[in-house]
Design a protein around this ligand. Structure first.
Ligand code: G6Q
Length: 544
């Protein structure tokens, strides 16, 4: 067993390094090393990362790489790619990398090569997608499908929505794509408001096919469709398909297993957008673009698996996140894509990062004595600049930022893109270097206003750049964050692949539902607050 994290030599050396770094603001680091902005960058498969505006020296980087070695990161990466059961608390392999493995690869789980199964599902998805896209798949009344609704939540929703929005440029505009996730009936009611059921296809996406929200929405969808198409349950077959690991439940719901697209317990929900959970994505952008996305994922996987830590982009991003979080005390990370198509990317990353690394005990059940996963949040730029950036520039908290930008717009329009990109560069520059009182005074600012107009700077950020947002680039970006999250989890010695907190949420409400629905007043045994709220709601809902 390795030593506890805070006892590792590299960790102790990093703590000492942090003390020295307090005397070395970014202004000085850049002034002392004119090539810093060229040197502290890395390129992997067309993705460029400038990490020079982090509060680090070359020595910090060496120590971080040493920390990765002392934490056995290399061994853990190899174990994941080999299909070992590295999700210890659930005794499962963690094989999202198998979802994009080439046909020729062999990855054994429980004595079976899983790669052919992955490709068989991809082929089935492609056949189905082409049928729907070509109008050959007909609804119950013989009409072609014009609207696809993905019903799912969490990992069975956020990836599909994010990917659909991100790749809308490549999507078939003849079909409308909608996503229903919330058990709040408004979500379903609004999505189906003006729809013709005869032209609507539902994809019920649920790994377990037991999730309360998804099953409630799926049942409402089934009732809505059958009722509006004349009451014949045979209509279900042409309007419902399922994505799940649970054939029994899918069949019991009334969906023909022939119309089910499978995946496996070694695909975590938040790591599943490139599995059959991506069926809506493939329907939108077509099989070729979907395969291009998988190729992007795979290229970043290869880079992560083989590149030395010092030039390994996901490893570097993960280590810098640990540095900012554990040594600089940053509690959050802002993800700021300067690309409108990535508007759901921060929400997607929020689940990927926070569900993975929001853990307070190590693998062996010991309470950690350091911070683990930070809060991820964000909005597309430039919008955020006119709202919350104020706090990032002049607030009392340190908020490292990941800026994401592309050299080309997918829909070039006059000067828009240059203006957009000027803003990314300006923001990262201002955060790093700020504005001193002297500079503010030199601008002729009245004395009383000077303190208000000073920007301390020294705020860290990464800038990630790529040529343009293609399906392939999206795959690379997602894989970059997946592996950065894994790197952080390995350093913190936590299980990044379980989610007991989410499981808790899934059972808690189940107990209260009957207490809200029973005709007779239920015997309530909660705390006095919960009991009173339940009684009040029961009283209030009687008043129409
Ligand atoms: C993801 C989580 C969680 C899950 C949803 C939906 O990693 O486990 O977000 O994806 O709770 O679960 P089902 O797909 O089983 O409905």
């Amino acid at each position: 067993m390795t030593k506890p994290l805070t006892q590792l030599p590299a960790w102790k050396a990093l703590a000492a390094n942090h003390k020295q770094m307090q005397k070395l603001p970014l202004r000085k680091l850049f002034a002392d090393d004119p090539k810093r902005g060229e040197r502290l960058t890395v390129e992997a498969s067309g993705i460029y990362l400038d990490y020079s505006k982090n509060r680090i020296t070359d020595h910090t980087l060496e120590l971080l790489a040493q920390l990765a070695r002392e934490s056995n990161l290399g061994v853990r990466i190899a174990a994941m790619f080999r299909g070992e059961k590295i999700n210890l608390t659930e005794n499962r392999a963690v094989l999202h990398v198998a979802l994009r493995a080439p046909k020729t690869e062999t990855i054994i789980v429980d004595g079976e090569n899983v790669v052919p199964r992955v490709h068989a599902v991809l082929e089935k998805m492609a056949v189905f997608s082409n049928q729907v896209r070509d109008g050959k798949w007909k609804g119950y009344t013989g009409k072609r499908i014009r609207t696809v609704i993905n019903i799912g939540i969490g990992g069975s929703d956020l990836g599909p929505v994010m990917a659909y929005e991100a790749l809308k440029h490549y999507s078939d505009r003849e079909i409308t794509f909608l996503f229903v996730s919330n058990v709040d009936g408004i979500d379903f009611a609004e999505a189906t408001h003006d729809l013709d059921p005869a032209e609507t296809l539902f994809i019920v996406s649920s790994k377990t096919f037991t999730t309360l929200e998804t099953m409630t929405n799926a049942q409402s969808a089934r009732d809505w469709l059958v009722k509006r198409l004349g009451g014949d349950r045979k209509a279900i077959a042409s309007h419902f398909v399922a994505v799940s690991t649970n054939t029994e439940r899918v069949t019991a719901f009334g969906i023909d297993p022939a119309n089910m697209f499978g995946f496996w317990d070694w695909v975590g929900g938040r790591y599943s957008m490139d599995s059959a959970i991506g069926l809506s994505t493939m329907l939108a952008i077509g099989p070729d673009h979907f395969h291009a996305m998988l190729k992007g994922f795979r290229e970043m996987d290869e880079h992560f698996l083989h590149a030395p830590f010092e030039i390994n982009m996901p490893v570097l991003m993960g280590l810098l996140a640990v540095w900012n979080n554990d040594f600089l005390g940053a509690q959050t990370v802002a993800v700021l894509p300067y690309e409108q198509y990535l508007k759901r990317f921060p929400a997607y990353l929020q689940q990927l990062t926070m569900e993975s690394n929001g853990k307070h005990v190590t693998f062996d059940g010991r309470e950690v004595d350091y911070q683990t996963g930070p809060v991820y949040w964000g909005e597309p730029g430039t919008n955020g600049q006119h709202s919350f950036y104020q706090l990032i520039h002049q607030g009392t908290r340190l908020i490292p930022c990941d800026f994401i930008a592309f050299a080309h717009s997918l829909t070039p329009l006059g000067r828009h893109h240059d203006i957009l990109l000027a803003n990314v560069f300006a923001q990262a520059e201002a955060l790093a270097f700020g504005k001193t009182p002297k500079e503010v005074e030199a601008e002729g600012t009245p004395k009383t206003l000077v303190p208000h107009c000073v920007f301390e700077g020294n705020r860290p950020s990464n800038v990630i750049m790529a040529d343009r947002l293609t399906p392939e680039v999206l795959g690379k970006l997602v894989a970059l964050y997946e592996h950065s999250v894994f790197t952080q989890g390995v350093i913190w010695n936590i299980d990044s692949f379980d989610q007991w907190g989410v499981e808790l949420g899934k059972v808690l409400a189940q107990k209260i539902v009957p207490e809200l629905e029973s005709a007779a007043p239920p015997k309530l045994t909660h705390d006095s607050s919960t009991n009173t709220l339940i009684r009040r709601y029961r009283r209030m809902k009687k008043d129409k």
